[in-house]
Every structure is written in C-alpha cells, then in structure tokens.
Write a protein that binds this ligand. Structure first.
Ligand code: PAJ
Length: 282
C-alpha cells in the first residue's frame, strides 16, 4: 500500500519509524505531473533503497513573479497511479501553507553558481530550489536523494550545498530520459502546440551537432555555440535564451574543449522555456 502523506510532521514520523527499523530511505523530489524522467529516478531508488519516498510539491519559492506557477500542470490522481506502479512507498504532498506558513523567513542559497546560466534568466530561482530541497531533506531524513541530469545546474548546486553544509546524505544524478525524437521529457512539454512540439526537437539536435563537430576536431566554444545558434534559429517558434559551454565539474567557463565539458541551453519555444544539456568528454 502506497501512503499519501500531507503533513510534514507525519512525514517525519513515517521516516523515523522506518529508520528505527533499520531501513534505508531514498527520496525523489518532484513537482509532479510525472513522466518517465521522474519515474526513472523512482525505479533507481526502489532498486537501491528499502523505502522510496517521492515528494510532489509545486514550490512557489522557485517561480518568478512572471513565471508559470499558476498554470504549472498538476494531476495528483494520475501521479499516484504512476508512482504506485513504480514502487514508491510514500508520496509526500504538502500544502503551500505547511511548507511556507505565514511569517516564513529562512532561505538557503549557494553563491555564484546560482547567478549564472539559468540563474541569470531566472533570478532567485535556485535559492527557491535549494531552500525547498533542504526542507525536504530535513522532513524526510533520507539517506540518498535522486536528481536528474536534465537539470544539470540544479543538480550541481544541490551537490555543492550538501557538501558545503555537511549534509549527511548521498546525492545521485541519473541520465536524461528523452522522447523518440530526442526531446528531453519535461512536465512543461505539455504546453507545446503540435507545431511547437516538432520544433522543440531542435534543442537536442543542436547538442548532437556540437558533439559531432567536437568529434571532428572543432574545439573553439564560440564556434560551436554559433553553429548551434544557426541551427536553432531555423525554427520559427524558437528564441534562444542562452547557450553555453562550461566545465562539467563546477560550471566555470572553458577556453577549449578538453576534459569533461557541459553544453547547456535554454530556448523559448513559443511561450515555453525549455532546457537541455549534454556532457562531452573532450
Ligand atoms: P521537476 O521538474 O518535477 O523534476 C524532478 C526531478 O526529475 C529533477 O531531479 C529533474 O532533474 C528530474 N527530471 C526531470 N525531467 C527529467 C528527464 N527527462 N530525465 C531525467 N530526469 C528528469 O526539478 C524539480 O522538479 C524541482 O526543482 C525540485 C528539485 C523538485 C525542487 O522543487
């Protein structure tokens, strides 16, 4: 029987009981509207751990004032079925009031890493993410937490925070799950019209173009970025937010492609902002 737990104290009691019984706990934080990307994390947690907890919480703190908090897709009933089939033991589904009661004051932030790339276009976003993630870690008291490489900067920032703050847990980052045409799965893909959905495949195509150029010896980041931009601009609905090539370990700029580099991009397809990335061993 999968449990649905709304109260943070109840969630903590559930975990405490499991821990006392010697069980290991894996946590999969999500904002719901589950797809195969989320479920791949749950499957991995189920494989590695005794107890799998999935949180579903559309976190207002990580949305900007002009962003899609209100229209972010939600379907708890369907999510519960998918989570149950994936072997999740408990869903933590708190209310906004329980997470951010009146008078809430505390925010946890990671300097510098939160201000670049996606953080430049979404000021405050990553502080909202790290804040809710710390709360979830404290409520669930998990041993291992699972994140997707889809949100590469997010995963890196959370790893940095956990290391800097001596958090007693392990972070696992799992590969990006894609649709047949390469589009990275995302709850926001639901916003795309059929035409936009076809155009959206260009994000992954651009990453593969960069990869093949690197394989053929092109090593100048500026050249790679300009070729990717040319490809993306061919799609009518596309508007580039940013494309960048950085060191995969710490998101620092690279002058040439060597070692592990991370190519990241954010592209507006119509009114929907999509992100994707690839790690390349140069
Ligand atoms: P959400 O976008 O729902 O994603 C939840 C987790 O699923 C994240 O770790 C994300 O990287 C992973 N994920 C999403 N799409 C994926 C894909 N196609 N392949 C593999 N993993 C994928 O990320 C968030 O929620 C929030 O910021 C959260 C961490 C829950 C904090 O509110």
């Amino acid at each position: 029987m999968m449990k649905l737990i709304r109260d943070p104290r109840q969630m903590h009691l559930f975990s405490a009981k499991a821990r006392r019984a010697g069980r290991t706990i894996g946590l999969v934080p999500t904002m719901g509207y589950l797809h195969e990307g989320h479920l791949s994390l749950a499957h991995r947690a189920r494989r590695d751990m005794d107890i799998t907890v999935m949180s579903i919480f559309v976190n207002p703190a990580q949305f900007g004032p002009k962003e899609d908090l209100k229209k972010y897709p939600r379907d708890l009933k369907h999510d519960m079925k998918l989570a149950k089939d994936a072997g999740v033991d408990a869903i933590f589904y708190p209310s906004t009031e329980a997470m951010y009661p009146d008078g809430y004051k505390t925010y946890v932030g990671v300097r510098e890493l939160s201000d670049i790339l996606c953080g430049r276009s979404r000021p405050g976003h990553f502080t909202g993410v790290t804040t809710v993630v710390v709360k979830l870690f404290n409520i669930v008291e998990c041993d291992v937490v699972y994140f997707g490489q889809k949100d590469a900067q997010q995963a890196l920032i959370i790893k940095k925070m956990a290391a800097d703050l001596n958090m007693p847990l392990k972070i696992k980052v799992m590969p990006i799950i894609r649709e047949k045409d390469g589009l990275a799965m995302s709850s926001r893909n639901k916003y795309l019209s059929p035409g936009e959905r076809r155009d959206a495949a260009v994000l992954h195509k651009a990453l593969l173009l960069a990869k093949s150029l690197i394989r053929r010896g092109r090593k100048a980041p500026a050249y790679l970025v300009s070729r990717m931009k040319d490809l993306i601009r061919k799609k009518k609905s596309a508007r580039i937010d940013y494309i960048d090539i950085v060191d995969a370990r710490d998101l620092s700029p690279v002058k040439s492609i060597k070692g592990k580099v991370l190519i990241l991009l954010a592209v507006w397809i119509g009114k929907t902002r999509l992100i994707d990335n690839i790690i390349i061993n140069g």
